[in-house]
Structure formats: C-alpha cells, structure tokens
Design a binder for this molecule. Structure first.
Ligand SMILES: O=C(CO)COP(=O)(O)O
Length: 124
C-alpha cells in the first residue's frame, strides 16, 4: 500500500478534516501518516486510521522530510496556512524543499489534494 502523509496547520485543520471525510473511501487504501495534532483530528473527527508522528513544530515535519529522503513516502498533502507566520517556518520550508528535490507528489491546498488522491486511486 502506498504511504501518504496528511498535514495541516492549525487554521487549516477543520478544512483537512472536512476534506479527508469527503475522500475517506479514497484514503483508506493507503497507509496514512500525519503529524501529531493533525493525526489526532483525522482519527477523532474523520475516523481514519493514522500513524501519528511528532507534532510538526516538535519534529514531525522533519520526520516526514526524512521519510521523503529515504524514499518511504509516496505523496504529501500539506494544507499550509497562507495567512500566519509560524515559529517553525524553517521546518516547513525544509519539508517542502525535500518534496520538491525528490519529486514527491505534493498538494498544498484542497483542489490539488483532490486531484492527487484521484490520481493515486487511478494508479492502483
Ligand atoms: O505544524 C504542522 C506542520 O508544519 C502540523 O503539525 P501538527 O499536526 O502537530 O499541528
């Protein structure tokens, strides 16, 4: 099963829960990894089975970056807050840079996330 990561900043958590609930039937065919708080919300509010990593600011973004570098992640869906400055911006940039470097399929908003899960489903 492909490994897919779901991550959302605090202001985007309601949106990723809503999006994931909508696409649950597409997501259940994947091993889902998520940063800590996002993962908790996806489990509790969207009923998804999630492998929870550390919270993003505490190293979860870095863990996902390492998974990408080790070629253990097949896609990254990252609902980034476009309106807030974040204390761990360097981690966010590092994660995005590694996804670009390793050509990892990457979606950073709802419409591209939908396109990406549709694409992954058609590949199966
Ligand atoms: O901050 C994050 C990504 O940069 C997400 O971390 P949490 O899911 O733990 O809130």
């Amino acid at each position: 099963m492909p490994n897919i990561a779901l991550v959302a900043h605090d202001a985007m958590k309601a949106e990723i829960v809503d999006w994931a609930s909508h696409h649950k039937s597409r997501l259940v065919g994947h091993n889902i990894y998520a940063t800590g708080t996002t993962g908790g919300r996806l489990q509790d509010d969207a009923g998804l089975n999630v492998e929870r990593l550390l919270s993003g600011p505490l190293g979860g973004d870095a863990q996902l970056g390492a998974m990408i570098a080790e070629k253990r992640l097949d896609a990254l869906i990252f609902f980034i807050d476009p309106l807030s400055a974040l204390p761990h911006d360097v981690d966010v940039k590092s994660l995005l840079r590694l996804a670009i470097l390793y050509n990892t399929p990457l979606a950073v908003n709802r419409s591209t996330a939908t396109a990406l899960v549709r694409h992954l489903q058609n590949k199966d």
